[in-house]
Design a protein around this ligand. Structure first.
Ligand code: SAM
Length: 321
């Protein structure tokens, strides 16, 4: 079965109540779904090309077409009225999926996520969340937290739970991401400000905790959630790191997860971070979280000199004095 990519539709004023109700209903029903990589998703669906949804997990997890009488009627009506469901060869499909992480539900884009404005949630989100949990145990409460490129807002929710900030700010260049994130963070019981803008450009003042899972695939093929630019895809991560280092308050931290190109045994992204921080009031740490992710990318000419892509967590702490 070839599923067509779906836009997120109009996502206008009708969408938020319908999305809130969807999360509430799925939570009550004990919905659970961990979105795999697009490659795995495609392999699973290819086992049965005529498969249609038999459960809400199929609808909001596997993005499968479904019959009108599958969801509760009131839920379907609200989704139809809010333009969150589309007709597909006599069946319907949801424009959104709902993932579970740390007991919470997160709206994100339907599979396949090939549209430019797709709202990302995937295996990297889980690695990012695990790194945040490992790093943030000793962050004092009451600070200003920013999640750059927040996507669905999953990282911000995990970090806010751990650190109890006085302000939580989510930035993204994708308006659809900010709309879904608003619903997701509210559903998780967090208060957050949502800011449209590149990196930290639309955020003011000193920052106590900056977290990020930037796009890191080399090049510009028209996907805001994955195009990391030049430097083997590290450009966006480096720009965000540079911006964060200038804005960290004394004792403040940057906690960044990314996929880093390893060339002749060297992590080029981390070398560049060290150069940015050199001579400054910073302590740096790097942790390799997975030695080999996105191996398929290595066939791309942009990776001709790359040994492997490693999932890395980088933590930068500004000295207190
Ligand atoms: C890999 S996704 C991560 C999303 C989310 N933080 C997560 O962990 O699931 C990268 C996110 O960065 C956003 N983004 C890309 N370029 C950006 C920029 N220049 N400034 C702010 N956000 C950007 C994308 O729209 C996307 O939501």
């Amino acid at each position: 079965m070839t599923l067509q990519p779906l836009s997120l539709g109009q996502l206008d004023h009708r969408a938020e109540p319908a999305l809130r109700n969807l999360l509430k209903a799925l939570k009550q029903m004990g919905h659970h779904f961990v979105p795999p990589s697009p490659t795995t998703h495609a392999r699973v669906l290819a086992r049965d090309p005529s498969r249609q949804a038999r459960s809400l997990r199929d609808v909001f997890g596997w993005s499968l077409p479904f019959a009108r009488d599958l969801p509760p009627a009131s839920l379907l009506d609200a989704l139809l009225q809010a333009d969150l469901v589309v007709e597909d060869k006599g069946l319907l499909r949801s424009r959104v999926r709902v993932a579970t992480l740390e007991g919470e539900l997160f709206l994100h884009s339907a599979y396949p996520t090939t549209r430019e404005d797709a709202v990302f949630f995937g295996p990297d989100t889980y690695r990012f969340a695990a790194f945040l949990k490992a790093e943030l145990a000793d962050v004092p409460p009451g600070g200003v937290l920013v999640d750059i490129g927040a996507g669905s807002g999953a990282g911000a929710v995990v970090a806010a739970r751990l650190t109890r900030p006085r302000r939580t700010i989510l930035t993204d260049i994708n308006t659809a991401a900010l709309r879904l994130a608003r619903v997701n963070v509210q559903h998780a019981g967090c208060a957050a400000e949502l800011v449209l803008g590149e990196g930290l450009s639309a955020v003011e003042g000193p920052l106590d905790l900056v977290i990020a899972n930037p796009p890191f695939i080399a090049g510009e093929d028209g996907h805001t959630y994955r195009d990391g630019g030049d430097l083997h895809g590290a450009r966006v991560a480096l720009d965000w790191t540079q911006a964060a280092l200038k804005r960290l308050a004394p004792g403040g931290r940057l906690v960044l997860y990314t996929g880093s190109a390893i060339v002749e045994g060297e992590d080029l992204f981390f070398q560049a971070v060290k150069a940015l921080a050199a001579g400054g009031p910073f302590d740096l740490r790097r942790q390799e979280l997975d030695p080999d992710i996105f191996g398929d990318q290595l066939s791309d000419p942009a990776y001709a000199d790359v040994d492997r892509i490693a999932a890395v967590g980088v933590s930068v702490r500004r000295w207190t004095a």
